[in-house]
Design a protein around this ligand. Structure first.
Ligand code: C5P
Length: 335
């Protein structure tokens, strides 16, 4: 009698255990509860062990053949980050790049690049895609749709977290997360960073390359077309430069020449699409009421991003949506 009762108890307990495990799994997977990432890592481990695809994630961005629209645009041979070797620009690229901000008397580009790579490392990074790699990335734009979205845990669980321009995190951790591995900026939007974050400079002119050299060393450049930070706190060994050739490729292949040039957000997204295996996107687009403010601002500042005049915000957003539709990226649209 007691033996039968014991067996019944064990069976009930086992059943209860299965139900709790399954419900927890469903809950964490559906709601992406940051406290339950155990499953994500278990999946990742099994993916790593058994993967035969182009990467070890569930889906790999670089799987270009599965979609003709994507395959037509995606070119993995253009490196997103500058090295001494790939810094030689074609005449056409150089002209286009110089035209972006019409620099009057640019310094000698080759000499500036030479000096640049005496200050920052000259390394080929992140081009290690393969069946054993699963690099998950979060691209965090500055949209007001992040306010109250509570994506912090989800964002912070990614390997790479890319933010741009002002992007404050202090006081907004619950919605936008606390970690930043890469901070994309240009001289006029520069910010001090902590020692662990990579500064990714988008240069729009030769002076921008001179600025980063100066900001990390002598502090002599204080003005571009507007006053800029003369010195910046950032880890010199982690500074990266967005490649002008990749900049032009993004504009032509992905935006088909719409707008004057791509926004920092779109350039950051393309960086992620080319160096990551799984890309999740946050803080892009208007909020649910159609406001285009930043998450740290009042929504009466609607239009802060959309109407800059140089970017085609609608086109960029449509391409981003298409990437999401085709499961190349996953978009979290906030509130
Ligand atoms: O305004 P800022 O350029 O700092 O924003 C960074 C990026 O965030 C933009 O380039 C854009 O891609 C995205 N953004 C957005 N909607 C907003 C604000 C920013 O999509 N309301």
């Amino acid at each position: 009698m007691t033996f039968i009762e014991d067996r019944r108890k064990i069976r009930t307990l086992a059943l209860l255990f299965c139900v709790v495990t399954f419900t927890t799994f469903l809950f964490s997977y559906t709601f992406r509860d940051p406290s339950l990432y155990f499953f994500k890592y278990a999946f990742r481990l099994s993916d790593n062990l058994f993967s035969k695809g182009p990467c070890a994630c569930r889906r790999c961005v670089a799987e270009a053949e599965d979609d003709p629209w994507f395959a037509e645009r995606f070119n993995q041979s253009v490196h997103p980050l500058m090295t001494r070797e790939n810094s030689v620009l074609s005449d056409e690229t150089f002209k286009w790049w110089q035209w972006l901000q019409s620099e009057r008397q640019p310094a000698n580009f080759t000499e500036v690049v030479e000096e640049l790579f005496r200050v920052i490392p000259d390394e080929v990074l992140y081009m290690d895609a393969g069946p054993k790699r699963c690099r998950t990335c979060a691209v965090v734009g500055n949209s007001g749709n992040l306010k109250g979205a509570r994506y912090g845990g989800l964002i912070d669980s990614c390997d790479v977290i890319i933010r741009m321009n002002q992007a404050p995190t202090t006081g907004f951790e619950e919605d936008v997360g606390a970690r930043t591995t890469h901070h994309v900026m240009y001289p006029e939007s520069a910010m001090d960073l902590d020692n662990t974050t990579s500064l990714v400079l988008i240069p729009f002119k030769t002076l921008d390359l001179q600025w980063i050299i100066s900001a990390l060393t002598t502090g002599t450049i204080k003005h571009t077309y507007t006053p800029v930070m003369s010195r910046i706190k950032a880890n010199k060994d982690k500074v990266l430069i967005y490649n002008p050739t990749f900049f032009k490729y993004t504009y032509e292949s992905w935006l088909e020449g719409h707008g004057r040039y791509p926004s920092t957000g779109f350039l950051s997204l393309m960086l992620a699409v080319h160096i990551c295996d799984e890309v999740t996107v946050f803080g892009f687009g208007a909020d649910q009421n159609g406001n285009w403010h930043h998450y740290w601002e009042d929504n009466s500042l609607a239009g802060a991003f959309r109407h800059t005049g140089v970017h085609d915000g609608d086109r960029e957003y449509n391409v981003t949506l298409q990437l999401a539709d085709k499961h190349k990226i996953q978009m979290f649209r906030g509130r």
